[in-house]
Design a binder for this molecule. Sequence first.
Ligand code: AMP
Length: 285
Amino acid sequence: MTVQIIRSKKELRAKIKQWHMQSLVVGMIPTMGALHHGHMSLVKETQTLVDKTVVSIFVNPKQFGPNEDFSKYPRQESLDIEKLNAANVDLLYAPNVEEMYPDGFLTNVSVTKITEELCAKSRPGHFDGVTTVVTKLLLQCLPDIVIFGEKDFQQYTVLKKMVKDLDIPTKVLKGKLIRDEDGLATSSRNIYLSPEERQIALEIPKTLKKLTEDIKNNILPLQQLLNNATQYLLNCGFKEVQYLEVRESESLNSVTEKITVPSRILIAAVVGKTRLIDNMPINSQ
Ligand code: AMP
């Protein structure tokens, strides 16, 4: 199948309206492109629930800080289109920056509290960029279902809350976290890693796995386990461990001692110039 490519919100609206008039269920997978099997797994999960699948590709300038990798973020649209064709995706929505943010654009969508910690500490303004663009994408497309990957667990939680708080009539799904064969969480940014850096990066999933066991077995106080793991990662060659924390999965509230509700370990760490994030459930989702 050849994916239909649409670049304007007007055409997108018309297409989705046509599908909705035929009572077809539409699912959306927002991405920044450089598609990998993490993205394609979200496509597959969505396709089991909908009649029509829309993938959006938009590298959103508003979610990158001034010293981040916006200009060198991988862009490979023709390769992405091949993958969408192979996966039988119905529509690619790929607007340009002017279509998304025309001259004079002044609005910001902001979720409070849960956007003030974890990734926000090292990426100020990042979540406002994400919530603003995802609000626009959802209002432009009005899908019945949208899926976000649990790889970006804080982002998923923020967007789920935003959709609920703003009464956006779209059901939010959480897509399974996909890892490469060696265990590293699949990411468009993994191509930045040299072979040596990748070896160091692999300590993230290994450490998270060991931590989940050690926490469950209660071998030391939680904070001590986290401190030891942070020190271990720094010794392995990470330049920085921006956070390594346990949070309640639903609320993202901090867990500092006993785990009483489903919780996750979340991490952001820098190897070389590449910032990596990952997370793992401790006791179910
Ligand atoms: P991105 O293109 O990085 O903005 O990601 C687009 C969507 O794909 C987001 O919902 C991500 O959480 C999701 N995603 C990225 N990597 C993975 C992965 N390894 N497993 C599952 N979902 C992912």
